[in-house]
Design a protein around this ligand. Structure first.
Ligand code: ADP
Ligand code: MG
Length: 694
């Protein structure tokens, strides 16, 4: 039934079918899963008289009283509607929309949805969404909840209005509703307490009550998230079966690193993560693991141990960082650890001189470079490894999907270890990284003191200066971060260059340096070196230092215009301090002019240092789409689910898939045939577009 074409449905001829098809609605299944975008019921309709506030979104229903073109500087089409108590509202469309004059007739009952604008005492909506209602239709008046569908100019052209969608879908369900197949196994519906599929599809289009609509939405969200998890689950299983280099854990440098070189003991969480890695790398199958750990939890040393596992078994290891500054820093850190062990290391970054680069590439190709640290230069095509056993990607969310994919082409059997300091809520992790195994380092090394965070307004700038001076006088170091590099005409913000001058004057008795992204590489390196070695006391910077920079002697982080930064950025910046034994400080300098959201962000960052709590809040404030930049997010587009809101359903869907795959790993049993069929017919192609690494 799902597969049948639309042409034969009442109300759909060849031309409408063609338009629907080009919008991705090709068959009965697609039409039934073309969910309403909004609903109208009496409680969501505002009386026109109640519309007072400018900018508020509202839905109104009224009868078209007047409609005409109004000539002027910009021609516009205007409609006046009147509601049941005689209040009127103007709806306006500006030029360029000739079709609009053919849509309505005087006397039509129409629902409009849009932003209310006040012009003097006139109120109006510009370019509202609309939906023609049945003139005397009982539907609205008896309290029915009415579905509204997405519109488009193509739909409009062939008369595909919400009213028509309702009619077509109504007929389809009335005549064929009982043939709608159940795609989830009976045991799952039972155990998860779900609404049956055919009922949910009827109810999503024609809900009998809000409660019923809610249950239908739950079921359909579950269904959507379930099939995503099926995709990820099958992929994860497939991944586990790919052969990988066999790397044993008993090597010499590995043991000496842990027992002689490391100046501290691993935390329990680090040990657990390392055990996961050791097991994966020795299993004969290819590792595809993500290590999640808050800033400062000590991921680098865990990765270092993993690299030594590879080296001990005669393989090369690669360590990739998102910026040159970080690559440099990791190279320095690793050299300190691996130098005494006589491991051969090379640094490969974008802007090295040709001759040097040739030499490095030759070393990599010959296998004499045992560990290669670098930026994405490492995965360029001309870099050929002799025997790459393990690739580590630090701050992996900073890399694009394509870059990660290229990594996998460097070696069929190469183990991959991804690291991220952006702790994300479990629901999102299950979606974004659902095809990866994960280890979580949820513990900071002993002796760390929580960074104290204070919020200061400009008026109290003096307090910040005093705190910084106290720390510098005690021999410690500080960062001051600005949102902009240089003065901008457009924004009235302090910038790093002028801040640098002012701070140099203020802290004349100390050494002050400047770092930003537009400086040439060698200068950046030199600045970072001076700060790492303690020669510089105060580093003025932009967010180039946001990620990964590790100078344990730094104990103050000042963030200018903190109201301009996002939550995860603030958290990352704060993570640059509190890495040594001293009490550290994070001072947020904020403007009085702040948005509500900024106030909320600053409030959260002052109250907690728990990365998971912060990322949960961030997800709620920003919504899933924005949470990661879209380019790299790899989040699939959902029809009905919303990762930010539906975390509990994600987890239930994942559990259901785990149950399913445990019972029936290939999804081949007779009672799961419907899942398999539906998955192959309607999901696989969608799933392929997913990020899924590897
Ligand atoms: P991140 O997880 O943010 O990448 P790093 O690997 O940079 O953290 O580690 C932060 C700091 O903590 C480094 O200076 C590192 O040497 C130190 N460190 C790591 N593990 C431990 C430990 N178990 N005990 C004490 N210090 C540690
Ligand atoms: Mg790190």
């Amino acid at each position: 039934m799902f597969d049948e074409e639309l042409t034969f449905l009442k109300g759909v001829g060849p031309s409408r079918a063609a338009v629907l098809k080009s919008s991705g609605i090709a068959c009965c299944h697609d039409l039934l899963h073309f969910y309403p975008r909004r609903y109208l019921d009496r409680s969501t309709i505002s009386p026109i008289r109640s519309l007072r506030e400018d900018g508020v979104e509202a839905t109104v229903v009224g009868t078209v009283r007047v409609q005409d073109w109004v000539r002027g500087r910009r021609d516009r089409f205007e409609i006046v509607i009147v509601d049941a108590v005689g209040a009127t509202l103007n709806l306006t469309w500006f030029n360029g929309l000739p079709w609009i004059s053919n849509v309505f007739e005087i006397g039509d009952r129409v629902a409009f949805h849009g932003k209310v604008q006040r012009r003097g005492h006139k109120i109006l909506m510009v370019h509202p969404d609309f939906d023609k209602l049945d003139k005397h239709g009982p539907s609205l008046d008896t309290g029915r909840i009415l579905a509204l569908y997405r519109g488009s100019s193509a739909f409009q052209r062939v008369g595909l209005t919400s009213r028509l969608f309702r009619r077509i879908i109504y007929n389809l369900i009335k005549t064929r509703g009982l043939e709608i197949p159940e795609i989830l196994p009976a045991w799952m519906i039972e155990e998860c307490g779900l609404m049956e599929g055919h009922i949910a599809l009827r109810a999503i289009h024609f809900p009998r009550s809000k409660a019923e609509l809610e249950r239908a939405r739950k079921r359909l969200k579950f269904e959507e998230l379930f099939f995503l998890q099926v995709f990820l689950g099958l992929k994860r299983r497939l991944q586990r079966e790919k052969p990988g280099n066999v790397v044993s854990a008993t090597g010499d440098t590995y043991r000496r690193f842990l027992s002689d070189v490391l100046p501290f003991d691993f935390t329990a969480a680090q040990t657990r993560a390392l055990q996961d890695i050791v097991r994966d790398m020795g299993s004969g199958f290819r590792m595809n693991r993500l290590v999640q750990g808050d800033v400062g939890s000590g991921k680098t040393v865990v990765a270092t141990a993993a690299l030594l596992l590879a080296v001990d078994s005669g393989y090369q290891g690669a360590f990739m960082a998102p910026t040159e500054i970080l690559a440099e820093q990791h190279f320095a850190t690793l050299s300190r650890f691996l130098g005494p062990l006589q491991v051969n290391m090379r640094l490969l970054v974008g802007r090295q001189r040709k001759a040097l680069r040739r030499e490095i590439l030759a070393d990599i190709a010959a296998g004499t470079a045992q560990v290669v640290v670098g930026t994405h230069a490492v995965i360029e095509d001309n870099v050929v490894f002799n025997k790459l056993g393990l690739a580590v990607v630090d701050e992996q969310h900073r890399f694009g999907v394509m870059q990660r994919a290229r990594l996998f082409k460097k070696g069929e059997r190469t183990h991959v270890l991804l690291m991220t300091a952006t702790p994300i809520p479990r629901s999102l992790a299950l979606t974004l990284y659902g095809d990866l195994e994960t280890s979580i380092i949820d513990e900071l090394p002993a002796g760390r003191k929580t960074v104290r965070t204070i919020l200061l307004f400009e008026k109290l700038r003096g307090e910040m200066i005093v705190r910084v001076r106290t720390e510098l006088s005690a021999g410690r170091q500080a960062y001051v971060v600005y949102p902009l590099i240089s003065d901008s005409d457009k924004m009235d913000l302090k910038d790093a260059e002028s801040g640098f001058k002012a701070l140099q004057a203020e802290f004349f008795e100390f050494t002050v340096d400047l770092l930003h992204g537009q400086m040439p590489t060698h200068e950046k390196e030199a600045v970072m070196d001076r700060f790492t070695s303690g020669e510089t006391d105060l580093l003025v910077a932009t967010t180039v230092i946001e990620v990964g920079v590790d100078v344990p002697n730094a104990s103050v982080m000042v963030i200018e215009h903190a109201e301009r930064f996002g939550l995860s950025q603030l958290h990352q910046l704060r993570g640059r301090v509190g890495r040594g034994a001293a009490q550290s400080w994070c001072i947020l300098m904020a403007d009085y002019r702040r948005s509500k959201e900024a106030i909320r962000r600053l409030d959260i960052i002052v109250k907690t240092t728990d990365g998971f709590r912060i990322s949960n809040e961030d997800l709620i404030i920003r919504g899933a789409g924005d949470f990661f930049g879209t380019r790299q997010s790899g989040l699939p587009e959902f029809k009905i689910a919303d990762i930010a809101e539906d975390g509990d359903i994600v987890i239930r869907a994942r559990n259901a898939v785990d149950m399913l795959l445990n019972r029936d790993p290939q999804i081949r049993q007779a009672d799961h045939q419907s899942v398999r069929d539906y998955y192959e017919r309607f999901y696989v192609s969608q799933g392929e577009g997913l990020v899924a690494v590897g």
